[in-house]
Design a protein around this ligand. Structure first.
Ligand SMILES: Nc1ncnc2c1ncn2[C@@H]1O[C@H](COP(=O)(O)OP(=O)(O)OP(=O)(O)O)[C@@H](O)[C@H]1O
Length: 454
């Protein structure tokens, strides 16, 4: 087996009601490391389990090495799985745990040389005669990986394999997994809700939300060119600043984006990406600024492409290698629900008085999940929802939390309550429309920017 995996519009519905995975299409190349990333309950594990054959596919097609494989039994798929809970047999030594699958795959063959070669690869030779109870969490996970590796599968499926480990061990094992899968050249599908893990491991990252694939591409694109507000907010620590804004495009005079009482004046001649914002004139949009897109400096220090605003220091968060300044610029943050949903909550909050879910509301919920919405507009009292079922929130953010986080050097000394000048780098400005789609920088396929998603 070469290890290519293709999902064509694959869905999974549990109990006729919960659509855990909604028409996901993915092509994973042989030897590729693909990470499924998303918040808890978004359907990552279900995708992995359908690839493994541990879960039936409700609709859509799965191809392994180009062959239709929906009904292929798990044992015939040439895959090995590593779970978060190590799953070792407690009454077997590491040697027996690693050799156990080989008893079935190559009956009668001496598994010793393969077990030892695997142990050498993972640096666990001296643990081979210990029982799981005599191993640390990290050692247990190495043995669990050894069991997967010894089978020489064509695909590794890993479901949050590091989530039970402490931070230092996670980072060490992360590089070991990267090295091991690269050396073995084995296709790997890795599930995590930890975006930094996804960014550091994946050749490509598939970001999911509410069962729907939001974006598929290299980690650099998920961070630098998020297709929607959900991906922008989910990827990156500290989280991107998302501010409610309005585009002003007068027939005469400069175009600007209002953030509360302040304005980002777009320099003339307008950049092509900024020209496309003209059609949003007067509409609420959301501005996204990563913490490194704004710096504390006076207007006279502005470089080309930087525009001045100001902010009131709320507090300084010292991080050792850097400091994060929390500022209040007088704008309203936009809120993206579903970033960390609890399993008991529905995927999209409904407005008061909305009837119980029927076909129409289910369709609307699905449409809302396909884009990043709902985007919360705090200042508008009870606005009518646009098509697509986007909901609104009337809660204000807690006072004193600031609306903008800016990254600075660790030596910054700033007192709370100080008004500071800020420079916004327009080269790193994101604008999302009312439906949560990125409209600046312009999307590659330039959809009808006015058209509601359905
Ligand atoms: N056997 C099941 N029966 C009913 N619903 C299920 C079942 N397994 C999963 N689900 C539901 O399907 C959705 C997706 O679950 P899944 O485990 O794939 O999410 P996940 O993104 O892997 O979450 P986590 O990171 O918390 O494991 C959830 O709403 C979950 O409650």
């Amino acid at each position: 087996m070469s290890g290519s995996i293709s999902l064509h519009s694959v869905s999974k519905t549990y109990d006729r009601a919960v659509r855990a995975v909604d028409r996901v299409s993915l092509d994973i190349a042989p030897g590729e490391f693909l990470v499924l990333l998303g918040p808890s309950g978004c359907g990552k594990s279900t995708v992995l389990r359908m690839i493994a054959g541990l879960e039936d596919i409700t609709a859509g097609d799965l191809y392994l090495d180009g062959e239709y494989a929906n009904h292929l039994p798990p044992g015939q798929r040439g895959m090995a799985m590593v779970f978060q809970n190590f799953a070792l047999y407690p009454n077997m030594t590491s040697r027996d745990n690693i050799g156990f699958p080989l008893r079935f795959e190559a009956p009668g063959e001496d598994s010793g040389p393969r077990v030892e070669a695997t142990a050498r690869m993972l640096g666990i030779e001296d643990l081979l005669d210990r029982y799981p109870g005599q191993l640390s969490g990290g050692e247990r996970q190495r043995v669990a990986m050894g069991r997967a590796v010894s089978r020489r599968p064509s695909v590794f499926l890993m479901d949050e394999p590091l989530s039970n480990l402490d931070a230092e061990l996670r980072s060490r094992l992360r590089s070991e997994i990267a090295r091991l899968t690269r050396e073995l050249g084995v296709t790997t599908v890795y599930v995590t809700h930890d975006q930094s893990e996804a960014m550091s491991l994946g050749d490509r990252v598939a970001v999911m939300r509410g069962g729907v694939l939001q974006q598929l591409g290299p980690p650099r694109d998920a961070y630098g060119l998020p297709e929607n507000i959900f991906v922008a907010a989910f990827v990156g620590t500290p989280r991107i600043n998302l501010l409610q804004a309005v585009v002003h495009a007068p027939l005469e005079g400069a175009m600007s984006i209002a953030l509360g009482a302040q304005r980002l004046r777009l320099p003339e001649p307008l950049a092509p990406d900024h020209q496309l914002l003209r059609i949003q004139q007067g509409r609420p949009v959301v501005v996204g600024l990563r913490p490194e897109a704004v710096r504390i400096a006076t207007p006279s220090e502005a470089r080309p492409g930087e525009v001045a605003i100001s902010g009131l220091v709320e507090h300084l968060e010292y991080q050792g290698h850097e400091a994060l300044v929390h500022l209040n610029t007088g704008s309203q943050p936009a809120v993206v629900p579903d970033l960390e949903p609890s399993r008991s909550q529905p995927a999209v909050r409904r407005r008061r008085g909305t009837p119980a879910p029927g076909m129409l509301s289910r369709l609307r919920e699905r449409a809302a999940r396909q884009v990043a919405g709902p985007v919360v507009v705090i200042d508008e009292p009870d606005p009518a929802p646009p098509p697509g079922g986007i909901a609104y929130d009337s809660e204000r953010p807690p006072p004193g939390t600031g609306d903008l986080v800016v990254r600075t050097g660790p030596d910054t000394r700033l007192r709370s309550g100080t008004q500071v000048p800020l420079l916004v780098d327009l080269a790193h400005l994101y604008v999302f429309d009312h439906y949560g789609r990125r409209i600046c920088p312009a999307p590659a396929d330039l959809p009808g920017l006015d058209v509601p998603p359905l």
